[in-house]
Ligand binder design. Structure first.
Ligand SMILES: [Zn+2]
Ligand SMILES: [Zn+2]
Length: 339
């Protein structure tokens, strides 16, 4: 009897709360505004000797609920982004990453799933209050892309200044600064305040140039593969790395998918699913090379296909068995701290 009464009371109070919120939303809006403003203040105060990594986008153009390539790295009070594929701006905002404090963007190659959000990220970080230079680093081709941004963003930037005034919207920071490097192998492209970032060529043929990045700070090392076949150079760079963020393709499943598409006379799709297999890396190859290189933590991203159901998750699990360190199939929004 007592239980019945307390359950009825609970139901009644839920009903009452919903009714009050529905009929008097104004009463709650002040609370909601305060809550939303305050909840993320000072959320990104990391320890100075740590590196924090967020996988913002972990999907691929093969389609999924995930954003495409984008990884945020916080170190030494700097905020760097590696690739800005489609959906990365929106995902980063949903994750409450401080885009107005963005210091640099590094692009691995010019497939749309790695850079199509670049104009938007430059613009959005500025609109949100970025008041410092935004350096963009990338192999040959970057300057042309950023040059075209000038005309692409011309009207948008003008309207922002017209509306909010030049003090609030300083056009000095409205565009990214190109730091294009030639396709020379293993070159240090950033070396400041103890942070060293090296670009190295990977094998994503016929996509040339295509690079990966190694990030070193405070005796810690993180390597980002970019898009590549299983490639010795990546693992040379990742020797004893604390974190290797590597792309992956589940070849066994894609082969089967191509056959099924063929049987359904979907020749174009079948051809694409077949073509993409020759410039990405399979789990087994990655595990073998990562073990050899003594990688401590392996994060698989750019997952083709995304492991969004139990069948695909288990296929990845099976094919990544035998890795000696820690291994993760990254999700959008995951956070990794290197101490
Ligand atoms: Zn890609
Ligand atoms: Zn690619």
């Amino acid at each position: 009897m007592k239980k019945k009464l307390s359950f009825s009371l609970l139901l009644f109070s839920i009903f009452l709360s919903i009714s009050i919120i529905s009929f008097f939303p104004e009463k709650f809006s002040t609370y909601l505004i305060n809550y939303n403003i305050d909840k993320n203040q000072n959320r990104f105060n990391f320890k100075k000797d740590e590196i924090a990594v967020f996988t913002i986008g972990t999907g691929s153009p093969l389609g999924a609920q995930r954003a495409n390539s984008g990884t945020a790295v916080f170190l030494n009070e700097k905020f760097f982004l590696f690739d800005v594929g489609d959906g990365v701006v929106q995902k980063a905002e949903n994750m409450n990453l401080p885009l107005n404090q963005l210091d640099g963007i590094f692009i691995t190659h010019y497939h749309s799933d790695h850079y199509i959000d670049l104009p938007y990220m430059i613009n959005r970080s500025w609109v949100l209050g970025r008041n410092q230079d935004l350096n963009v680093y990338g192999p040959t081709g970057l300057k042309e892309i950023l040059d075209s941004n000038k005309s692409f963003l011309k009207l948008e930037n003008k309207y922002r200044v017209d509306h909010h005034g030049p003090e609030l919207m300083n056009t000095k920071y409205a565009l990214g600064i190109p730091n294009e490097f030639e396709n020379l192998d293993k070159q240090i492209i950033y070396n400041k305040d103890g942070v060293k970032i090296t670009a190295f060529n990977v094998d994503h043929y016929p996509v040339i140039p295509a690079v990966g990045y190694s990030i070193e700070f405070n005796n810690k090392k993180i390597v980002i593969s970019g898009d590549t076949k299983a490639n010795k150079v990546v693992f040379e760079m990742a020797e004893n790395a604390d974190l290797l963020i590597h792309e992956v393709i589940l070849n066994s499943l894609l082969k089967k998918t191509a056959t099924i598409l063929d049987n359904k006379s979907m020749k174009r799709n079948s051809r694409i699913v077949t073509d993409i297999q020759d410039y990405h890396a399979s789990p087994k190859e990655i595990i073998k090379l990562a073990n050899k290189a003594n990688v401590k933590t392996l994060i698989l991203t750019h997952l083709i296909p995304a492991p969004d159901n139990i069948v695909i998750k288990n296929l990845y699990k099976k094919e990544t068995k035998g890795f000696q360190g820690k291994i993760y199939l990254a999700n959008d929004g995951d956070k990794f701290i290197v101490k």
